[in-house]
Design a protein around this ligand. Structure first.
Ligand code: GDP
Length: 714
């Protein structure tokens, strides 16, 4: 039985740059929702105590991939005179909120992408001193890509140097002009007291050991005019979004609070406005009102049908299938994280888009084509794991003990199969050789790496074809360091690693024709394979496309696929320096065969030869990963930092002031950035910081290509 209707669901993420306060905000959310939900069940004070004790003993499970909690708007409950009244308000207004864990560091692109894929809305937390930080921008753009409606929470207003206005301006300037402040702070730094809700024009503060009690206070006299002015601007901006309201506004008619909220909700869900709130998680201010805003403005699963339709494909016909968020539709779910829990073992986290998942049933993993039995389903709460018999559309939870499911797989009703769009993960850009210290480590390493790769699709394992050595690849130096550290800590595998290597790629810039002829006719059975192809470049990221244009049986049907295989093999080792070749279209248009001597083997070799021949004639080039780098440095080291970036073939995109520091944005080839953190420390006496993430692939300059080719020969 469904407990909460879908419109009372919020599947959201708390998105933030490291250190902005995501952990503190999440802890407060779980704490407040824990108490609110318990009110009426246990005496309030006792419930808080009890809860806090458990906290101390077990720690909150804020690290679960998805945590479930409940919230009723505190602006309603705080007015209740007694528990019975509160209970009554809860009955009609309580919502279920699923909080999806999002990472704070962009080296873990995969974590960001998969969480954005399964959430419907996000609260972006900012540091009220620093405002928008480099990684906030990155995450913001990723959220744009997935059409995620969001709101902002400017945190840490109690800190020295905090400024809501400056942070809000930085949001408008660097992230979106559509941000609207729906609150303003009362005091700042040590005097930060609470917030004024500009929609209701009520000032709120909080009381109690953990700020759990919301109280209304007078709007301070010196802020009244300012608040009125901001409210007028806010109402104008919101009214612009709605025709009926625009008319009312222009006619000077009063617009009600409900109308404002409804219009803001619509605009937020349509990604046209971004409400911004403020507070201090540490000082227990503003978090409960932020939860109210989550219910008021962020979408339920029913609201996102246009933004993120539940779209997939029929496995056999390839036809598009659209499902609606409803329990009555067939089961459609996405596995978005695989985790290992010390108590229950392997957990496959999923989001259900439609239908019902039942314990004991069989589900189809349509990405892998195998069926598995659902033996146990768990729902995560702040302080407990709850076993349930079924889950519904909009729910997030985990299946215990699935064997053959990886991140991004579709789980569905075997009778009504559907394949959802895969989560797209970037290809790794850096790799390193890894060698177990002992024989015993060797065995463990295989199992451990398999497990890690299942959890993290941007982590790849391969072996060097010539030396047989194991190579691991990932999204950055830090990404690989952390994986190697996990090998040691979680799996007890000790390994030596080599120097990190850049994952170069090759492609072609021009078009060309190639011919491959493989003929052996001396002694024994002869060999005959012959293929003629045309090659041409494709858009970045398109990979490889094979087109068969053989007419009149110049090459018999059974040899077409061996030719394609040969071409694919040749693509693994490009013609410039032996790196994988990509973004290339190959058209097979002619060839010939021999009645007796032709074989699959011969055509495979001919295909491979033709590709090499064609690629050489089509302006082949080497491509390297370019990183987006941001350095924050005191002004006096600015020259040293930019000089160093220039010497690394870097391009400076922008230089801006931030308080007393300079912010440098640049694009630099990854091959030049190894050990950059250490280098930066030494040239700035440890006073600068940097972040880096993969941006795009770009052609390697000629002289460097020559060096790389020379290096490969050795
Ligand atoms: P995360 O890295 O985003 O998860 O950030 P944390 O929640 O761990 O916070 C980073 C640091 O900022 C910690 O030392 C917190 O105690 C502190 N912090 C978090 N919220 C606030 C706040 O509202 N005010 C102040 N002054 N410090 C805060």
């Amino acid at each position: 039985m469904r407990q909460y209707p879908l419109e009372k669901y919020r599947d959201i993420g708390i998105i933030a740059h490291i250190d902005a306060g995501k952990t503190t905000v999440s802890e407060r959310i779980l704490f407040y929702t824990g108490i609110s939900h318990k009110i009426g069940e246990v005496h309030e004070g006792a419930a808080v105590m009890d809860w806090m004790e458990q906290e101390r003993e077990r720690g909150i499970t804020i690290t679960a991939a998805a945590t479930n909690c409940f919230w009723t708007p505190i602006r309603l409950t705080h007015k209740a005179k007694n528990d019975a009244e509160k209970q009554a308000i809860r009955k009609t207004h309580e919502h279920r909120i699923n909080i999806i864990d999002t990472p704070g560091h962009v080296d873990f692109t995969v974590e960001v992408e998969r969480s954005l894929r399964v959430l419907d809305g996000g609260v972006v937390v900012f540091d009220g001193v620093a405002g928008v930080e480099p990684q906030s921008e990155t995450v913001w753009h990723q959220a744009d890509k997935y059409n995620v409606p969001r709101m902002g929470f400017v945190n840490k207003l109690d800190r020295m140097g905090a400024s809501f206005d400056r942070s809000f301006e930085s949001i408008k300037e660097r992230l979106t002009p559509n941000a609207v402040a729906i609150q303003m702070p009362i005091g700042l730094e040590a005097n930060f007291e609470g917030v004024i809700d500009l929609i209701e024009m009520i000032a709120y503060s909080s009381e109690g050991e953990h700020g759990e009690k919301l109280i209304e206070i007078e709007i301070p006299a010196n802020l009244k005019d300012e608040a009125e002015k901001r409210r007028a601007e806010l109402v104008e901006k919101i009214s612009e979004q709605d025709e009926a309201l625009t008319e009312k506004y222009l006619n000077g008619e009063e617009i009600t609070i409900d109308e404002i909220r409804a219009a803001l909700r619509k605009a937020t869900i349509a990604n046209k406005l971004v409400p911004v709130l403020c507070g201090s998680a540490l000082k227990n201010k503003g978090v409960q009102l932020m939860l109210d805003a989550v219910l008021d403005y962020l979408p339920s699963p029913l609201d996102v049908v246009d933004l993120k339709p539940i779209k997939g494909h029929d496995l056999t016909t390839g036809a598009e299938i659209i499902r609606t968020a409803s329990d009555d539709e067939p089961l459609t779910a996405l596995a978005f994280k695989i985790a290992t829990d010390p108590f229950v073992g392997n957990l496959t986290y999923f989001r259900i888009y439609s239908g019902i998942l039942k314990k004991g049933s069989y589900i189809l993993n349509s990405s892998k084509g195998n069926q598995e039995r659902v033996s146990r389903i768990v729902r995560m709460h702040a302080n407990k794991r709850e076993e349930v018999d079924e889950m519904h559309a909009g729910d997030l939870g985990a299946i215990v003990g699935l064997k053959n499911t990886s991140t991004g797989d579709t789980l569905c009703d075997p009778e009504k199969p559907i394949l959802l769009e895969k989560i797209t993960f970037p290809e790794p850009v850096i790799s390193v050789k890894i060698e177990p210290k002992t024989k015993a480590d060797q065995e463990k390493m295989g199992i451990a790496m398999h497990r890690l790769a299942e959890e993290d699709p941007t982590f790849r394992i391969s072996s060097d074809q010539e030396t047989g050595e194991t190579i691991i690849s990932g999204m950055g130096e830090l990404h690989l360091e952390i994986l190697i550290d996990r090998l040691k800590r979680e799996f007890g595998v000790v390994a030596n690693t080599g120097r990190p290597q850049v994952a170069y790629r090759e492609t072609i810039k021009g078009e060309g024709e190639g011919e491959g002829k493989f003929i052996r006719q001396s002694g024994g059975k002869g060999q005959y394979g012959h293929a003629k192809i045309k090659v041409k470049p494709m858009e970045k990221g398109k990979g490889f496309v094979f087109v068969n244009q053989i007419k009149g049986g110049a090459v018999p049907q059974e040899f077409i696929s061996p030719i394609e295989k040969g071409i694919k093999e040749a693509l693994d080792k490009g013609v410039v320096a032996g790196f994988p070749m990509t973004d290339i279209e190959v058209t097979l248009y002619d060839g010939s065969y021999h009645e007796v001597d032709s074989s699959e083997m011969a055509f495979k070799i001919a295909g491979s030869m033709a590709l090499q021949d064609g690629a050489k004639k089509a302006k082949p080039i080497l491509m390297e990963p370019i990183m987006k780098v941001q350095v924050i440095t005191p002004v006096n080291f600015m020259g040293d930092v930019t000089g160093d970036l220039n010497s690394k073939r870097g391009r400076i995109d922008a230089m801006n002031d931030r308080g007393t520091s300079k912010v440098i944005d640049a694009k630099v080839p990854l091959s030049e950035m190894f050990g950059y953190a250490t280098k930066l420390r030494s040239i700035t006496q440890g006073r600068a910081s940097s972040t880096m993430e993969f941006d795009h692939y770009e052609e390697v300059p000629n002289n460097i290509t020559q060096q790389i080719i020379e290096g490969r020969k050795k």
